[in-house]
Write a protein that binds this ligand. Structure first.
Ligand SMILES: NC(=O)c1ccc[n+]([C@@H]2O[C@H](COP(=O)([O-])OP(=O)(O)OC[C@H]3O[C@@H](n4cnc5c(N)ncnc54)[C@H](O)[C@@H]3O)[C@@H](O)[C@H]2O)c1
Length: 380
């Protein structure tokens, strides 16, 4: 393949971040955009300089000029859209989470294998330079054998142009029974996927406590997990701080990652936001010295740019996409549902046993008292 001619399905909130890399790639042509809301499709086509506009996926898939499809529709539609694009012979990149159930993910993975086309799940954390460098350092043995992975996620409030520009309709399907869970499903899949990807190790057991917070939040949450190698463990916490201003250029959230090894430490001190006045990546070496990486590219959208470029480069070179494979996306989903399940059962859950899905007992949330619930949060 000399160039990749791509069509974009779904021109909603996250589309501009996903499409930027395709528009910038010298050997990629964004030829079409499709959204069932015609005004969205038209506006996106105008902004991006895209020649063809569709409002129906089948019409776009009938367009023989397209080699690949980027799927950016709500998660509950991923399976239907991925299967359609694969059976039309297109290579596919689909946003995370792969699907709403593990069995749907498995069906999509099998369809991709049978079609001989690429199906990759776009995971911006796998392109985020501080995390990419951290993984490289772990693999090179810079901190010896990793023994503990700790991931913190905090959501607060923010007033960024990005957040204020979001179309609220993009949230309705996340807050009701069209989704199997809330924030721990929609956002934490990034962190579950990262916990798997950093070490190339399967997770064999998960324990968790998940509490309900307003709207789709599930906080505070604490989880611990075991990897195949029994000298490596993981843990995470998720908190919601609605009255705390988050320093960010995007969503009002941030993450910190700490990887302890037998010989040293790695800290990734930011991701979605820019809360801490610390270098984005810090390494503590076996001899007690420290290397800081203050200039490493660390804006959150850089992860999207590298992820998009990786998809095009892999198609052009005919090499495997370095991003999330369907197999890893399925394990990520199993990990996600194991957190819910472990909290319900108050005991360890082997994620590999999950073939369907799991939800918090209160899901979908009752939003009728949304504003009161937000006000009262923290006084419970
Ligand atoms: N990587 C990240 O950090 C990140 C961030 C946000 C969203 N996402 C993922 O991206 C996907 C989209 O999220 P979003 O926030 O942009 O949602 P959104 O609701 O804002 O956008 C979805 C778009 O798809 C369109 N659409 C719906 N059904 C369609 C159909 N049948 N045919 C054509 N278009 C259709 C909608 O009109 C809408 O414009 C989700 O899977 C979400 O989990 C990932």
């Amino acid at each position: 393949m000399d160039r990749v001619r791509i069509g974009i399905l779904g021109a909603g909130n996250i589309a501009p971040l996903n499409v930027a890399a395709y528009l910038a790639h010298p050997r990629c042509d964004v030829l079409a955009v499709c959204d069932n809301r015609e005004e969205k499709a038209q506006a996106a086509a105008t902004n991006w300089g895209v020649p063809k506009v569709y409002t129906d996926i089948d019409e776009m898939l009938a367009d023989d000029d397209l080699d690949a499809i980027e799927i950016l529709t709500p998660t509950m539609l991923h399976k239907e859209h991925v299967l359609a694009a694969l059976s039309a012979g297109r290579h596919v990149s689909v946003q995370k989470p792969i699907a709403n159930t593990v069995s749907d993910g498995m069906e999509m993975a099998a369809a991709a294998l049978a079609s001989g086309r690429t199906l990759r799940i776009s995971e911006c954390n796998f392109g985020y330079p501080p995390l990419v460098k951290a993984k490289q350092l772990v693999t090179q043995g810079a901190i010896g054998h990793p023994t503990m992975c700790r991931i913190k996620t905090v959501v607060g409030k923010t007033d960024t142009a990005f957040q204020n520009g979001l179309d609220p309709s993009g949230y309705t399907w996340r807050f009701n029974d069209q989704s199997p869970g809330g924030h721990l499903f929609d956002d934490m899949v990034h962190k579950y996927g990262t916990a798997l990807w950093l070490f190339d190790q399967d997770i064999t057991s998960v324990q968790a406590i998940v509490r309900q917070a307003p709207a789709f939040f599930e906080a505070p949450t604490a989880a611990i997990w075991e990897y195949e190698r029994d000298s490596l463990l993981g843990m995470m916490e998720v908190t919601y701080a609605p009255n705390m201003n988050m320093r960010s250029s995007f969503y009002g959230a941030d993450e910190f990652f700490e990887i302890q090894g037998t010989d040293g430490f790695i800290w990734v001190t930011r991701c979605t936001g820019e809360m801490l006045d610390l270098a984005p990546l810090i390494v503590y070496h076996p001899d007690g010295s420290t290397t800081e990486y203050p200039d490493i590219e660390s804006r959150w959208d850089s992860g999207f740019n590298h992820s998009g470029t990786a998809f095009i480069d892999a198609l052009l070179d005919g090499t495997p996409d370095p991003e999330m494979t369907p197999d890893m996306a399925i394990k990520t989903l199993q990990f996600c549902f194991a957190v819910y399940q472990a909290s319900i059962e108050r005991g360890p859950v082997d994620p590999r046993t999950i073939t369907g899905s799991a939800s918090p007992p209160w899901w979908p949330p009752d939003l009728s008292n949304y504003f009161n619930d937000m006000k009262e949060y923290g006084s419970r």
